[in-house]
Design a protein around this ligand. Structure first.
Ligand code: PSU
Ligand code: MN
Length: 308
């Protein structure tokens, strides 16, 4: 799982060269492009984030399945396709064999991006928000495969925490059960994506990229399997106040229920609805936090590679 580059993967030349030299590489997911943000902002965001990673000294590797081939590092045309082609399906772990066997296009979630990154030997991954335990999971059993993957793949995932479309408390409990370190960068409270607060204390606080890289090394040296969650609170100036977003999330959840949206469609439905209901305000916050995560993730990759 965490072994060297796998023969099924197609790794872009710049990414392959960086991995060979032990230079810093940052993985990026593609569900956030295809199913997390509207076109054309999604494509602009994807390109901009790659640029931020580069400007901070690491090589970006956006991950997706194209024509059945898991690709590590994409060109501009591939990003455009992922952002605009409605035929691109959302691919979590269980969907990987299906899209590969069919030669189809797939946008990878946190879970499947982590797995493919680990297969390629990439240790740091930047995204917006993690999946987790859905509200009402006590009866629906709806928990994202992001959680089981965090228990499995040795990849550090930098996000802005967990949106309150999910049950944040139960998500933190599950991460604890799975032995996943949850580090909050520069704050004492776990963030809730649009907001720096969630009402849940930070399981562990860190204040620098070097500290995060040191924890990654200690975990490796201890022989512990699985990922690390780094929750990077949205910059204060980009926050959408919790009071403003709570009602919107409640409304979107109610509509999803009414319309009988289920399974893998729930998260994309809620993300799209929240953008509509906030008149695009949530999208600006989303893009701002991804930028901030890209800066931190690149710094972590640089420090972990010993080039800090
Ligand atoms: N949460 C967000 N933005 C996202 C996602 C989650 O705030 O884009 C996406 C990620 O790709 C995540 C996936 O891995 O949704 C989780 O989907 P599911 O709950 O079906 O596992
Ligand atoms: Mn689910």
């Amino acid at each position: 799982m965490n072994g060297p580059a796998h023969e099924l993967l197609e790794i872009a030349d710049d990414v392959a060269a960086a991995l060979r030299e032990g230079a810093p590489v940052v993985a990026l997911e593609s569900t956030i492009i295809s199913h997390g943000m509207p076109y054309p902002r999604n494509v602009a965001m994807a390109r901009e984030v790659e640029g931020i990673v580069r400007d901070h000294g690491a090589v970006p590797a956006t991950i997706a399945v194209l024509g059945g081939v898991p690709r590590i590092g994409l060109d501009d045309d591939a990003l455009e396709l992922l952002g605009s082609d409605p035929g691109v399906t959302k691919v979590s772990i269980r969907d990987l064999p299906y899209v590969v066997a069919r030669g189809a296009h797939g946008a990878t979630t946190v879970a499947s991006t982590m797995r493919l990154a680990a297969m390629a030997g990439i240790r740091v991954f930047v995204t917006g928000g993690l999946g987790g335990v859905h509200r009402g999971a006590g009866t629906t059993f709806d928990e994202s495969a992001d959680l089981t993957e965090l228990a499995t793949s040795d990849v550090t995932v930098v996000s802005a925490g967990v949106k309150s479309i999910l049950d944040i408390g139960l998500t933190l409990e599950r991460l604890e059960t799975h032995g996943v370190p949850v580090l909050v960068h520069g704050a004492d409270e776990f963030p809730s994506f649009y907001s720096r607060t969630s009402g849940h204390p930070a399981p562990m606080r860190v204040d620098s990229a070097d500290e995060i890289a040191a924890i990654m090394r200690a975990k490796r040296d201890l022989g512990l399997r699985g990922g690390v969650v780094v929750a990077n609170p949205i910059p204060a100036e980009d926050e959408v106040p919790a009071g403003e977003i709570t009602g919107v999330i409640e409304q979107a959840l109610g509509e999803a229920e009414e319309q009988g949206i289920r399974g893998k469609d729930i998260t994309p439905y809620l993300l799209g609805r929240i953008v509509e209901l906030t008149g695009g305000r949530s999208l600006e916050a989303n893009i701002a936090l991804v930028r901030s995560n890209a800066r931190l993730g690149a710094a972590v990759a640089v420090s972990y590679a010993g080039r800090g």
